[in-house]
Design a protein around this ligand. Structure first.
Ligand code: NAP
Ligand code: ZN
Ligand code: ZN
Length: 348
């Protein structure tokens, strides 16, 4: 295939509804694979970026970094994949490949900056377009293999939501004997519950209301508390080794830090559009850690997919046609999704 136009859904301008259009995909280079996209998850990061909530958005914007599909063509130099392979692409499609972080498999922290799957410029200065599309051309080193044990539709959200939770859970040692709280039971949170439970941790969900309690217990949580109830914060003071916040809005950090044991860590993966306040006494007492974490590298993403296949963990999804993307965005913003919208790319 030479440079070609493919069907996609794009936001033409900040906050504009997404509409059907076409975007260019480069010719398949020596080390590239052409992927026929089957499914693309809708991450809350797509919504932040379409709204230009993080700034510096590039339009028209084709979101989508939870991509699952099949290899339909390979370049002459490709060694890792063959036509027909089941593959995924996450949040980035390139990096410098030379810096210390790239060399140790932490491409997301590349000193020259990773090339985002969308809303970014590639090495040639061309805009990248994401997974709300029929096809994607990507260097084989930035694709991962989706194990046979995982259906492609429920695997797609793992490419962002899955790795975003798996990486900090592993880094901060979630496992048998540790108490982990997941704040926010949305797309990220519900996969976090499954993975933390599979790692052997004792999992608590902290959600705004009690509405999702039954779901959380079914997904693997042992405890569930509503954060709208003031008593929750008194009852759980000093309880957790690790708290992972997936909340998309600013969080009252001091209240959550108080729920940690001595030496515990509050790790924020939610990426709200506004800054948050912090009283430093909240980390001084109890030698607590306040940290963040961003997705994971390619090797760790593969490790996460293999782990999820082994433990039969996929996302809980609501499959939609592309004509419902805008409606889905409104529903995610309203907290009305259980627990990830996934676009059937055949409808694009
Ligand atoms: P989501 O499906 O909308 O889930 C977010 C959850 O946060 C909601 O389900 C809700 O859970 C809770 N929440 C929402 N508004 C809240 C508020 N005002 N106060 C308290 N809780 C609230 O979103 P997502 O796709 O999981 O993404 C979550 C965040 O992570 C987004 O900001 C996204 O950009 C970010 N993200 C970061 C990374 C990374 O690498 N760090 C990767 C992907 C996404 P309850 O109903 O249970 O309260
Ligand atoms: Zn994402
Ligand atoms: Zn690098």
């Amino acid at each position: 295939m030479s440079v070609t136009q493919v069907a996609a859904y794009a936001a033409p301008a900040p906050k504009a509804p997404l509409e059907r259009t076409t975007v260019p995909r480069r010719a398949v280079g020596e080390h590239d694979v052409l992927i026929g996209i089957k499914y693309a998850g809708i991450c809350h990061s797509d919504i932040h970026q379409v709204r230009d909530g993080w700034g510096e958005g590039i339009y028209p914007m084709v979101p989508g970094h939870e991509i699952a599909g099949l290899v339909t063509e390979v370049g002459a130099g490709v060694t890792r994949f063959a036509v027909g392979d089941r593959v995924g692409v996450g949040c980035f499609v390139d990096s410098c490949r030379e810096c210390a972080y790239c060399l140790r498999g932490q491409e997301q922290h590349c000193v020259k900056g990773m090339t985002g799957t969308y809303n970014a410029l590639d090495k040639n200065g061309e805009p990248t377009y994401g997974g709300y599309s029929t096809h994607l051309v990507v260097d084989e080193n930035y694709a991962v293999r989706i194990p046979d044990g995982l259906a492609l539709d429920v695997a797609a959200p793992l490419l962002c939501a899955g790795i975003t939770l798996y990486s900090p859970l592993r880094h901060w040692g979630a496992g048998p004997g540790t108490k982990v709280a997941i704040v926010g039971l949305g797309g990220l949170g519900h996969i976090g519950v499954k993975i933390a439970h599979a790692l052997g941790a004792e999992v608590t969900v902290l959600s705004q209301t009690l509405r999702k309690k039954e779901d959380a217990l079914r997904l693997g949580a042992s405890h569930f508390h509503a954060t709208s109830d003031e008593a929750t914060f008194d009852e759980l003071a000093g309880s957790f080794d690790l708290i992972l916040s997936t909340v998309s809005a600013p969080l009252g950090l001091d209240a959550y830090l108080a729920l940690l044991k001595v030496d515990g860590a509050l790790v924020n993966v939610g990426a709200p559009e506004e800054p948050v306040a912090l009283n430093l006494f909240s980390v001084i007492g109890g030698r607590k850690t306040l940290a963040g974490s961003m997705i994971g590298g390619i090797a760790e993403t593969q490790e996460m997919l293999d782990f999820c296949a082994e433990h039969r963990l996929g996302s809980e999804i609501e499959l939609i046609g592309a004509d419902r993307i805008n409606e889905a965005y409104e529903r995610v913003r309203a907290g009305d999704v259980r627990y990830r919208f996934v676009i059937d790319a055949s409808t694009i």
